[in-house]
Every structure is written in structure tokens, then in C-alpha cells.
Write a protein that binds this ligand. Structure first.
Ligand SMILES: *[C@@H]1O[C@H](CO)[C@@H](O)[C@H](O)[C@H]1NC(C)=O
Ligand SMILES: *[C@@H]1O[C@H](CO)[C@@H](O)[C@H](O)[C@H]1NC(C)=O
Ligand SMILES: *[C@@H]1O[C@H](CO)[C@@H](O)[C@H](O)[C@H]1NC(C)=O
Ligand SMILES: *[C@@H]1O[C@H](CO)[C@@H](O)[C@H](O)[C@H]1NC(C)=O
Ligand SMILES: *[C@@H]1O[C@H](CO)[C@@H](O)[C@H](O)[C@H]1NC(C)=O
Ligand SMILES: *[C@@H]1O[C@H](CO)[C@@H](O)[C@H](O)[C@H]1NC(C)=O
Ligand SMILES: *[C@@H]1O[C@H](CO)[C@@H](O)[C@H](O)[C@H]1NC(C)=O
Ligand SMILES: *[C@@H]1O[C@H](CO)[C@@H](O)[C@H](O)[C@H]1NC(C)=O
Ligand SMILES: *[C@@H]1O[C@H](CO)[C@@H](O)[C@H](O)[C@H]1NC(C)=O
Ligand SMILES: *[C@@H]1O[C@H](CO)[C@@H](O)[C@H](O)[C@H]1NC(C)=O
Ligand SMILES: *[C@@H]1O[C@H](CO)[C@@H](O)[C@H](O)[C@H]1NC(C)=O
Length: 399
């Protein structure tokens, strides 16, 4: 008896489990459990939910409230959908509500008052729109429609095949919490919306125009001083899918309202290395230590990795992750090009410590967890990988 209690408590001391949620176009949200024990990692699927079908494209997690929002792109049906879930302690999900939305939602961000009324803004790629939804505050996970904003192009952009119409690709919140920004791949804009703090309604401000034909996909803010700094300069980094550039802008807030952007840096997402043909940059994020910027590159197999089964000599083709060091003046210094773990890293998420990166590999149908050295900012080798049914679209840590 004593022996089994002792071994249980020893086990608890050396092993810790973290849940991740994965969306895939097969129609599922999969819960993964990652266990670290004595320097090795074990990952397994613990739960699958198909209530967000047919084509889950993005997960927005409110970890503090235990609420998960799943966007379904609705690739073969007229409308997309938005589903809300409550996260159970064992990692399973209880679906609360599912609403039809404008087609093609691919990304969403929560805004509003931390302890009060909150909202969810969605970027609709195929529907050329932004919508927003009021999230109920009573812990039930229910939500109600707030607003649809539709956009038009008078003529196609330089890349007519991809820029036939506005394509809203992401929604992010500015550091003041007063604006929602939406990169529009079709219109070569980063749209800027002012938030009405009483109603959550969004009003379009003057957008940021980026290089014609570059196709802005995602963006990330960086505040060199860290969080909540009243008058310090923050920077916006925009990654473009068609030109494969990363552009840094110094952000300011004119007294008349809206946001102003001054370009301070631009380079290829490969830094000074040659940009390979076919590359399609995807995700961008600032590391939790606030010192590095990471970008994922799809559609050019720059690396191959040893097979995880040692007896199998077939190497694993891998796209890449680019890391840049962030300089105080907003410029970037290219730091590392490294394997992403497999094919088409559409999205990745760093854990809260920044020592692990979960990569959502669309074409490999896998989630791969890469080690990362926080001190040096260098990405390391894969420490865990798991197959997922269908094309993986996003993976988030519940940590
Ligand atoms: C994934 O979702 C699809 C669509 O609803 C369903 O047919 C399939 O059984 C689900 N997979 C698992 C493992 O539950
Ligand atoms: C922990 O890992 C080290 C190094 O791999 C190994 O020498 C040691 O035996 C392991 N301990 C346990 C309890 O597995
Ligand atoms: C996980 O928790 C949910 C909600 O409490 C429960 O319905 C379900 O049976 C649990 N699953 C397992 C495998 O224990
Ligand atoms: C569903 O799609 C149709 C056609 O695009 C659109 O008119 C309608 O507003 C959408 N429904 C919702 C709830 O957004
Ligand atoms: C939660 O709030 C919503 C709207 O605010 C309301 O419709 C719903 O009935 C509430 N549910 C509970 C259990 O209080
Ligand atoms: C888009 O353009 C069409 C044709 O000019 C017009 O009918 C429609 O109202 C416009 N929609 C928006 C949201 O501006
Ligand atoms: C920030 O700038 C405003 C306007 O210039 C000024 O009133 C305020 O005192 C400044 N705050 C800090 C913390 O410097
Ligand atoms: C990747 O880019 C290189 C250099 O442009 C090119 O030679 C190669 O064919 C590309 N590979 C793939 C798989 O696209
Ligand atoms: C991948 O690259 C090939 C050429 O190398 C190109 O034809 C194709 O459109 C690219 N796919 C994407 C999704 O960018
Ligand atoms: C070896 O690995 C490759 C790539 O993952 C896989 O396609 C193949 O089935 C594996 N071969 C065996 C014998 O497991
Ligand atoms: C910005 O900082 C970097 C790194 O310290 C430096 O190399 C670069 O010259 C600076 N750029 C400007 C415009 O001052």
C-alpha cells in the first residue's frame, strides 16, 4: 500500500499533462494530451468531437473561462458556422450552440471588457466579410449575432486569381484593446475597425495599404516594453502570403482617432536566404519572452527529417519555420530557418513558456510538437507527433 502511494506521488512529480485542441477539415475537433516525463514527451488523442463539421478552420480558446469557439469554413456548402463549447476538466467538449454565418470564416478574436461584456470578431475569407458576435457572460457559452460588415473590390488585384475579391484572413486585437485589425489578402489592406466599448460594434477606420499584389494574410503586434505600457511605441508585423514578405510598422494613435502606421522594416520571410519558388507564408507570432518573431512557410520542402521510427529509412519531407530577432527600433534580424516538422504548417502555437511549439501540418495531417530553446530563440527537433484525421487547420494549447 505504502509502495503504491509512493510510486503515484513520484509519478505526479515527474509527469505533467497538458491538453491541446486541434481543428481539421475532416470535421473534427480533437483533444490531445501531451505528457512530459523525465525529458521525454508522449502525445495521445483523448477525445474527438464532430459538432463543428463540415470544415473546422480555426479555434479560438478562452482558457480563463473554459470556452472554446470553433469556426467552420463550410467549403462545399453556402454558409460557414460558429460553434461554442464548454471545456470539461477531462478535456472533452460540450457543444452549446451552433449558428450559421457568412461563408468562409477562417479566424476569430475575442475583444471587450475582461470581466464584462465580450465579443468575438470573425474574418470571412470566401465571404469577403467581418462579423461579430456578443458572447454571453453567464458561463453558459451561448452567444448572439451583433454585426456583419461586407466588403467589395471595384477591380481585381494584381494577382487576379487570388485577388478576385476581398479575402479577410485574420482578426487581431491592437495592444490598447480599442481596435480590431483584419488583414485582407484580396484587397492588399489591413483593415482597421474602432470598437464601440458599449455595444461591441465595429466601425471602419482608414486601413493600412500594403504593397499591391502582396496578399497580407496574418499579423502580430509587438510592444518592446512588454504589456500595458501607456505611451510606448508598438510595432505591427504583417506577413504576406503572395509576396512572402514580413513588414514592420511603427504604430501610433492620432488625436483625431484611428491608427497610423509608419513602415520601418521589410524583408523576405527567408531573411537574406533565397526565397524558394512556390513558398506560401502562413502564420506569424511573437514568442512569449517577447524577443523573437516566428513565421511558418508552406509549399517548399526545404528540409527532410529522420523518420520517427528508427528502423524506417524514409525521411519526412518538411516545410520550414523562420525565426527573426526583434530589435528595439522595430527592425528584424534573421535568426534561423528550421524544419516545421512536416508539410504545410498552416498554423502553429507556442506554449505559455515558449519552450514548445505545436505545429498544425495541413498536408501531413499531423500535429508535431517542436522543442524550442527560450534563451537562444532557436527551434529544436520534434519531440512528439500525432496523426489527425483530415487536413489540420489549427492547434491551440490549453495551458
Ligand atoms: C470526424 O468528423 C467526421 C464528420 O462529422 C465524422 O464522420 C468522423 O467520424 C469523425 N472522426 C472521428 C474520429 O470521430
Ligand atoms: C531519466 O532520463 C535519464 C537520461 O535519459 C536516464 O538516465 C534515467 O534513467 C531516467 N530516469 C527514469 C526514472 O526513467
Ligand atoms: C469527461 O467529462 C464529461 C463531462 O463531465 C463526461 O460527460 C465524460 O463522461 C467524461 N469522459 C470520460 C472519458 O471520463
Ligand atoms: C448564408 O449565406 C448567404 C449567401 O451567401 C447569405 O446571404 C446569408 O446572409 C448567410 N447567412 C448568415 C446567417 O450569415
Ligand atoms: C445566459 O445569458 C443569455 C443571454 O444573456 C440568456 O439568454 C440565457 O438564458 C442565460 N442562461 C442562463 C443559464 O442563465
Ligand atoms: C458591392 O458592389 C455591388 C455592385 O456595385 C453593390 O450592389 C453592393 O451594394 C456592394 N456591396 C457593398 C457591401 O458595398
Ligand atoms: C501619455 O501621453 C499623454 C498625451 O501626450 C499624456 O497626457 C500622458 O500623461 C502620457 N502618459 C504617460 C504614462 O506618460
Ligand atoms: C523549392 O524552391 C527551390 C528554389 O526556388 C526550387 O528549386 C524547388 O523546386 C522548390 N521545391 C518545391 C517542392 O516547391
Ligand atoms: C505551391 O507551389 C507551386 C509551384 O511550386 C504553385 O503552383 C502552387 O500554386 C503553390 N501552392 C500554394 C498553395 O501556394
Ligand atoms: C516509412 O515511413 C514512411 C514515411 O512516413 C511511410 O510512408 C512508410 O509507410 C513507412 N514504412 C514502413 C514499413 O512503416
Ligand atoms: C535598428 O537596430 C538594429 C539592431 O540594433 C540596427 O542594426 C539597425 O541599424 C537599426 N536601424 C536603424 C534604422 O536605426
Amino acid at each position: 500500500m505504502l509502495a503504491s502511494i509512493l510510486s503515484l506521488s513520484l509519478g505526479a512529480a515527474v509527469a505533467s499533462a497538458t491538453n491541446l485542441f486541434v481543428s481539421s477539415y475532416a470535421g473534427n475537433i480533437t483533444t490531445l494530451s501531451l505528457t512530459a516525463s523525465n525529458g521525454t514527451y508522449h502525445i495521445e488523442k483523448t477525445y474527438v468531437n464532430n459538432g463543428c463539421a463540415p470544415n473546422p478552420s480555426w479555434l479560438t480558446l478562452d482558457a480563463n473561462r473554459g470556452e472554446l469557439y470553433c469556426l467552420d469554413e463550410g467549403l462545399t456548402v453556402p454558409n460557414g458556422s460558429l460553434s461554442s463549447y464548454l471545456v470539461n476538466p477531462n478535456g472533452s467538449l460540450t457543444q452549446v450552440q451552433k449558428a450559421s454565418v457568412i461563408s468562409g470564416p477562417v479566424n476569430g478574436v475575442i475583444y471587450g471588457r475582461p470581466a464584462g461584456q465580450r465579443y468575438l470578431a470573425l474574418a470571412h475569407y470566401s465571404g469577403s466579410a467581418v462579423s461579430d458576435w456578443a458572447l454571453d457572460t453567464n458561463g453558459t457559452g451561448s452567444f448572439t449575432f451583433n454585426q456583419d460588415l461586407l466588403f467589395n473590390l471595384s477591380h481585381p488585384g494584381p494577382n487576379a486569381a487570388r485577388q478576385d475579391a476581398p479575402h479577410e484572413h485574420e482578426a487581431i486585437l491592437d495592444p490598447t484593446g480599442q481596435y480590431v485589425l483584419v488583414p485582407d489578402l484580396g484587397a492588399d489592406l489591413v483593415r482597421v475597425f474602432c470598437i464601440d466599448s458599449d455595444t461591441g460594434l465595429l466601425t471602419a477606420e482608414t486601413p493600412l495599404s500594403v504593397s499591391p499584389g502582396s496578399g497580407p494574410r496574418h499579423a502580430a503586434f509587438w510592444n518592446p516594453a512588454g504589456v500595458s505600457c501607456e505611451n510606448c511605441t508598438s510595432y505591427l508585423y504583417v506577413v504576406t502570403e503572395l509576396a512572402n514578405t514580413v513588414t514592420g510598422y511603427a504604430v501610433s494613435y492620432p488625436a483625431a482617432g484611428g491608427m497610423a502606421f509608419e513602415k520601418v522594416y521589410e524583408s523576405s520571410v527567408y531573411g537574406q536566404l533565397n526565397l524558394p519558388s512556390g513558398n506560401a507564408a502562413a502564420e506569424i507570432a511573437v514568442s512569449p519572452d517577447n524577443r523573437f518573431l516566428l513565421i511558418s512557410n508552406r509549399n517548399n520542402t526545404s528540409f527532410s527529417l529522420p523518420n520517427p521510427i528508427p528502423s524506417n529509412s524514409t525521411q519526412i519531407p518538411s516545410d520550414s519555420l523562420s525565426t527573426f530577432a526583434l530589435n528595439a527600433n522595430g527592425s528584424l534580424t534573421f535568426h534561423q530557418l528550421w524544419p516545421a516538422g512536416g508539410s504545410f504548417p498552416r498554423q502553429f502555437s507556442l506554449n505559455r513558456y515558449g519552450d514548445l511549439i505545436a505545429v498544425g501540418l495541413q498536408e501531413s495531417s499531423e500535429v508535431v510538437v517542436m522543442a524550442r530553446d527560450v534563451a537562444t530563440g532557436l527551434v529544436g527537433m520534434p519531440v512528439a507527433r500525432v496523426e489527425i484525421e483530415g487536413m489540420v487547420t489549427s492547434v491551440v494549447w490549453d495551458d
